[in-house]
Write a protein that binds this ligand. Structure first.
Ligand SMILES: Nc1nc2c(ncn2[C@@H]2O[C@H](COP(=O)(O)OP(=O)(O)OP(=O)(O)O)[C@@H](O)[C@H]2O)c(=O)[nH]1
Length: 581
């Protein structure tokens, strides 16, 4: 755990931006120092002083900044006045001024922007006040348009998800009767019933100074993309139980970095809230919570809802550490700690009608770093190209267009790929004519990025959601049958051979039959087993280790793919097998 709030004890978290660390607290810090030492890897750098460096040292500092930026995939945090071992020494006003000036020059040299996140006074036996400062450095990598984070939005029906997104992305408060969500709905029947049934995507862009770029008049997605250096893409998932499969699809296929669970302060944990929390945890998507509609209830009711959430989060099954965010300082700390430890669960309490505490959520989004580091990202980019198809459209004058996420490798305009598997387990050749991200052209797509790819006159009827477009050299394993280690979360009766469930793995969603339960005749709620599934309609491209979720009515389970039975292998061994196998 790094970051300076950590050594200073958590009661300080509720104070405002500039606070004083007492000598006693500093002593505590000294004892805990070993744990707080600067990490060699990662994007956080401690600097005691940057006063008048020689040219040689300046060059070295600039190179180091480049490296830290690379580690944070375009973002780094500098803590000034802090020794490498984590000791909060602090600088005099004059030294701090000179250090920040050097930091600005370093950032200029590497083409980055800097924002002072917070300054704090360190108090010890000295007449002169000593301060420490925390500075965010941001540079969009040369080959990228902006830094990109994906947030899945979960929560019960009417908890205020769409409204919150409307208010965040449009900059105008809601009237409590659904005004803000109006421009988010995509389908007519949603306007009529006021419920989100499809997955809609909203974007919130920040410029390099941390200001939201969405808010000027008639901002189009293209304009937001052009002026943003950091982009939060929200995947708004439906709250109603009826749309659970869409919610699961959004969580499994859109590869969100984080999930935001919206809970209405006046109803507390109701309806699908628990289920959504469970789903995000089962899929290991780090979650933070927004308690909305605080304008509708008393402080006591808000506190009760927060306590209810804290209780659930701390339960043995969850093992989360709730962290209530009630100041800008907390929001900064929450963003950093959340990224370092997924068990930390920030909780915001706000209103989309009065606007109370909305700014804290924006501070959090601006600072929230991506979870995977540059090394993991680099490794994924080195692999062969694999694009997962989530959506298929026909666009006039463009032709067939697919939407989805590039799981690995790089994809360029003009790239030759193969798409499949078809019902026969084959792959077809195609070419990527053009690529768009958030409705703006993009020539190179990198692993982890979502985009739409135009495929020219490729026949749309040959495509389906769940297919992959891969590099022709890949030779992917296609299977009808696979084994998974599962845990049955809930089942009304018993789970046995012959049972059919809807299986979700990544962007794949298909009914499968339970062909065998290893070493057991049946399974009860809470039990584990290795199960062999067989898809009923067509073979799929799966990977060992992929997370899996299945359901059928009230039956629900989670697990992991442990073994694949390649379709061709099975056909060779069972030449007279059923026509589908
Ligand atoms: N007073 C008050 N009303 C709110 C607030 N946020 C949302 N609302 C109202 O609550 C109602 C439901 O909000 P939605 O944003 O549609 O809820 P949702 O969670 O997106 O619902 P689904 O899309 O059906 O899952 C609307 O009438 C909003 O105007 C808030 O902070 N305060």
């Amino acid at each position: 755990m790094r970051g300076w709030a950590a050594p200073v004890n958590s009661s300080l978290l509720n104070h405002h931006c500039v606070c004083v660390v007492s000598p006693q607290q500093l002593c505590l810090t000294v004892r805990e120092r070993e744990r707080e030492r600067e990490a060699e890897e990662g994007n956080i750098e401690y600097k005691l002083k940057l006063v008048d460096p020689t040219q040689y040292r300046f060059e070295h500092l600039a190179t180091q900044m480049k490296w830290r930026l690379q580690e944070g995939r375009g973002e780094a945090v500098y803590q000034i006045g802090v020794e490498d071992n984590g000791l909060l020494v602090g600088l005099t006003e004059e030294d701090m001024k000179a250090s920040l000036k050097t930091l600005r020059r370093m950032a200029e040299k590497v083409g980055a922007d800097i924002t002072v996140l917070r300054e704090r006074e360190v108090d010890y036996d000295s007449d002169e006040p000593h301060r420490i400062a925390e500075v965010l450095i941001r540079k969009v990598p040369d080959d990228q348009q902006f830094l990109d984070l994906r947030v899945a939005v979960l929560g019960n029906v009417d908890s205020g998800k769409s409204t919150l997104l409307g208010v965040l992305t449009q900059g105008e408060l809601d009237n409590g009767r659904g005004r803000a969500r109006l421009n988010l709905f995509r389908h007519l029947h949603e306007i009529q019933t006021g419920r989100t049934s499809s997955i809609s995507i909203e974007i919130l862009g920040f410029d390099s100074k941390g200001e939201v770029v969405n808010y000027s008049e008639s901002r189009t997605a293209e304009e937001i993309c052009e002026s943003a250096s950091k982009m939060i893409t929200f995947i708004d998932l439906a709250g109603h139980h009826k749309y659970l499969k869409t919610t699961i699809f959004g969580l499994t296929s859109y590869c969100p970095d984080f999930a935001m669970l919206v809970v209405s302060a006046n109803t507390g944990i109701a309806g699908t809230t628990r289920e959504h929390l469970g789903l995000a945890m089962a899929l290991k998507v780090p979650i933070f919570i927004v308690v909305s509609k605080v304008d509708l209830c008393t402080k006591g009711t808000v506190e009760r809802t927060v306590r209810q959430l804290e209780r659930i989060l701390k339960q043995p099954g969850c093992n989360k550490v709730p962290m209530l965010v009630s100041s800008t300082d907390d929001a900064v700390t929450a963003a950093q700690k959340f990224a370092q430890s997924p068990s930390i669960t920030p909780i915001f309490t706000l209103s989309s009608v009065s606007g109370e505490s909305l700014d804290l959520l924006k501070v959090f989004f601006n600072i929230l770093p991506p979870l995977s580091n540059s090394k993991e990202q680099e490794e994924l980019m080195q692999q062969l190209t694999e694009f997962q198809i989530d959506e298929i459209y026909t666009v006039p004058d463009v032709g067939t267009v697919v939407g989805g996420t590039l799981y690995s490798g790089i994809c360029r305009e003009g790239e030759q790929l193969v798409v499949g598997p078809t019902d026969e387990g084959k792959f077809r050749e195609l070419a990527v004519c053009s690529i768009q991200r958030n409705r703006s052209g993009c020539r190179v797509l990198r692993a982890g990025q979502a985009a739409t790819l135009a495929l020219g006159d490729f026949d749309r009827s040959l495509l389906r959601k769940g297919m992959v477009m891969v590099s022709p050299e890949m030779n992917p394993t296609i299977c009808w049958r696979f084994e998974a280690e599962i845990v049955l979360l809930f089942h009304a009766k018993t789970f046995h051979k012959g049972f059919q469930v809807t299986v979700h793995v990544g962007n794949i969603r298909q009914t499968a039959t339970v062909e065998a339960l290893q070493g057991k005749d049946e399974l009860r709620t809470g039990e584990k087993a290795v199960v062999r599934f067989k898809f009923i309609k067509h073979p799929e491209y799966l990977k060992v280790g992929a997370k899996l979720l299945f359901r059928e009515g009230v039956t629900k389970g989670i697990g992991q793919v442990t073994k694949l039975q390649p379709a061709s292998q099975y056909q060779q061994r069972h030449p007279s097998g059923s026509s589908t196998a």
